[in-house]
Design a protein around this ligand. Structure first.
Ligand code: ADP
Length: 635
């Protein structure tokens, strides 16, 4: 408790110390002198109100359509609506009127709010509750910016990079504005002409995509998201771009070059056909479409694999798979994803994410599907409200995002759930569990989006979409995404995303030479239940983080496996299982032990393609000098 007070946080939610530290550093509102002015509970209230206030507009929509609202609703006193909330309402009102979903003036709407009881307050209270319970947490920008000056609530953006200096520097400016507000950006550089190709206006030669990527990288260094965190990028180049080999080789294991980029090669089925036939890839000038060079598919493949073995980059993204499942092909093809790869997006599209903490839904050794259904419905609605409550950094992004209304609801705490149920991650039972919870999420969130379409309108880009062809009315063109949940899983004190545990116990070196042992709570409970918990055992486990070479109860050893002990195949199988029931993508790192071979990586990449994943990223332990997460004892 002392530590929390030292940080100036009044923790009204009994959060973990790491959660409090994270909230203190970046999320809780501060006054001009930097003093924290809200508790974690008040933060969730702030978020619930700024998002849920747009429910008033939908109550008004219902009133306009049907002449009634709610039988036992509450009245929101207009005097209680603070200026930042009023701003959200005015902005969202204008958009809904422009989209012909609402009619009339803002004054008429405010008159409605003053005179009619609505359901908005009830919904706001429910939003607050699921967040306070840590059953559901929205992505970081929503918590940082709701009700604050920037008001930008989304994590994921994709910007096009057309082949002209003006357009490249526009993209750079948009990138800066997005990073400033806490979002991450993805780019396809495939349209840029190759290095040494002609430049018409000056008769000079072009620098090529990799050089331009360096400017985007430096901009990221310079723009520190309002001092909160440094931005992140995804860079994509198609396999048949003339500069593809430079691109594949562009990163280093010290992570000093393009350090703010993850990179992925944009693959299509054509590449794999050529690889299997041991054929050549024709490299085509994007400006003229003419073949300028050719390279053996196998040579390119081996370079990709060796580089990924050395540096973890490049990953792959499977463009055909992504576009086969793109519901709004009528609007555009997808060429890129957000930084961590889980969100394929159209050019200028953004998406807001949120994740449900599965560890909160295990009751007496069973999954409480009733409560899970309630939380899925509420958080789907929450994310749809975010589309309206959002303040977008660039007009074109606003336009595209409102057209498709993409939202990305996902899970975290999946590994915790498995441990609580006594299921090892590397087992058929775990895959079955994954299939069960993910198909449930997909089905329930789609049903909620259909209900929202009934109550509100279909997303404006629905006309001409595959949903229209199928006769399914949807409010959102996608509803599900599995995000990495890097920060929000710390806030919720659960395992991240659908990843296995990284370490069962480790020693954290804190200030003044102190050491702090951190033990996974499910591991500790399991040992205590069997009466085999001891400090000595913990010190032994903390050396490697796992039970691999420790003689303990075999049942415990089987269930408590960690990321590096799990065969890469299981990692890929789990990713593919979740992908099968996911509209967007699945963030997953295929972890490999440090002694894994390039061939292990080749197998994982190929398996991901064959199992219809949308992309793949590997990480071989110790392949990067500055590694963020270590299992075992490290300072
Ligand atoms: P969080 O837990 O903070 O909500 P995630 O780890 O789930 O975020 O990441 C989700 C997405 O948020 C990423 O794919 C990326 O688009 C964006 N993102 C994450 N970290 C950063 C960062 N440091 N800068 C910019 N965007 C980021």
């Amino acid at each position: 408790r002392d530590e929390k007070e030292r940080l100036g946080v009044k923790d009204d939610l009994k959060l973990s110390i790491n959660a409090v530290k994270t909230l203190e550093a970046r999320y809780l509102l501060k006054d001009e002198e930097g003093k924290i002015i809200e508790t974690p509970g008040q933060m969730f209230r702030r978020v619930a109100i700024h998002v849920g206030i747009v429910e008033l507009l939908y109550d008004y929509m219902k009133f306009q359509k049907k002449g009634i609202v709610a039988e036992n609703g509450k009245k929101i006193p207009v005097s209680g609506i603070i200026p930042t909330q009023m701003e959200v309402l005015k902005r969202a009102f204008t958009h809904l009127v422009n989209e012909e979903q609402l009619t009339g003036t803002f004054e008429e709407f405010m008159n409605f709010v003053q005179t009619k009881p609505t359901t908005a307050m009830d919904t706001i209270d429910k939003y607050e509750q699921i967040m306070r319970n840590l059953e559901y947490v929205p992505n970081s920008p929503t918590m940082m910016n709701a009700g604050a000056r920037l008001g930008q609530l989304s994590a994921c953006f994709v910007l096009p990079v057309p082949d002209s200096i003006e357009d490249i520097f526009d993209a750079l400016k948009y990138q800066a504005m997005i990073h400033k507000s806490g979002g991450g950006t993805g780019f396809s550089f495939s349209r840029l002409r190759a290095k040494d190709d002609l430049v018409g206006s000056t008769k000079g030669v072009a620098s090529g995509p990799v050089s331009f990527m360096k400017i985007f990288d430096i901009t990221t260094d310079v723009i520190k998201q309002g001092g909160k965190r440094r931005g992140a990028n995804m860079g994509i180049l198609k396999f048949d771009h003339p500069d593809i080999m430079d691109f594949i080789m562009s990163k280093d294991s010290e992570n000093t070059i393009l350090s703010n980029f993850n990179i992925s090669v944009g693959m299509t089925d054509e590449f794999f056909e050529k690889l299997d036939a041991d054929d050549y890839i024709e490299l085509r000038n994007p400006r003229t479409g003419k073949t300028v060079n050719r390279i053996k598919a196998r040579t390119m493949w081996e370079t990709i694999i060796n580089k990924a073995w050395q540096t973890a980059d490049p990953g792959l993204i499977f463009l055909d798979e992504i576009n086969k499942r793109n519901p709004v092909k009528n609007i555009a093809d997808i060429e890129a994803t957000n930084p961590c790869g889980e969100q394929p997006l159209l050019p200028y599209e953004s998406c807001n994410l949120g994740s449900i903490n599965l560890s909160k839904f295990v009751k007496d050794g069973e999954v409480d599907y009733e409560r899970l259904r309630e939380v899925i419905r509420l958080s789907t609605r929450f994310l749809d409200d975010v589309v309206d409550a959002n303040k977008f950094p660039v007009d074109k992004i606003e336009e595209m995002t409102r057209k498709t209304r993409k939202i990305g609801l996902g899970y975290m705490g999946f590994a915790d759930m498995l441990l609580m149920l006594g299921i090892p991650y590397n087992s058929g039972a775990a895959l079955e569990m994954g299939e069960k919870v993910m198909s449930f999420l997909q089905e329930e969130s789609h049903m909620e989006s259909e209900r929202l379409a009934e109550e509100r309108f279909v997303f404006p880009g629905w006309y001409g979409s595959t949903y229209q062809e199928q006769g399914i009315k949807m409010r959102n063109s996608t509803t599900t995404t599995i995000a990495p949940t890097g920060t929000i899983s710390i806030i919720a004190n659960c395992s991240s995303s659908i990843e296995p545990l990284f370490a069962l116990a480790f020693v954290r070196h804190v200030l003044n030479g102190q050491e702090l042992m951190e033990i996974n709570r499910h591991f500790e409970n399991a040992l205590k239940n069997k009466n085999i918990f001891s400090e000595d055992l913990m010190h032994e486990v903390a050396r490697t983080g796992n039970l691999h070479e420790i003689d303990v109860d075999p049942e415990i050893k089987k269930v408590f496996v960690t990321a590096h002990e799990i065969d890469p195949e299981w990692h890929v199988l789990m990713q593919a299982t979740f992908q099968r029931y996911c509209d967007s993508g699945v963030s997953k790192t295929i972890n490999l032990p440090s002694d894994a071979s390039p061939d292990d990586i080749a197998k994982a990449y190929r398996l991901a393609k064959d199992l219809h994943c949308k992309g793949i990223t590997v990480y071989r332990d110790q392949s990067k000098v500055q590694q963020v997460l270590y299992s075992g004892t490290k300072s």
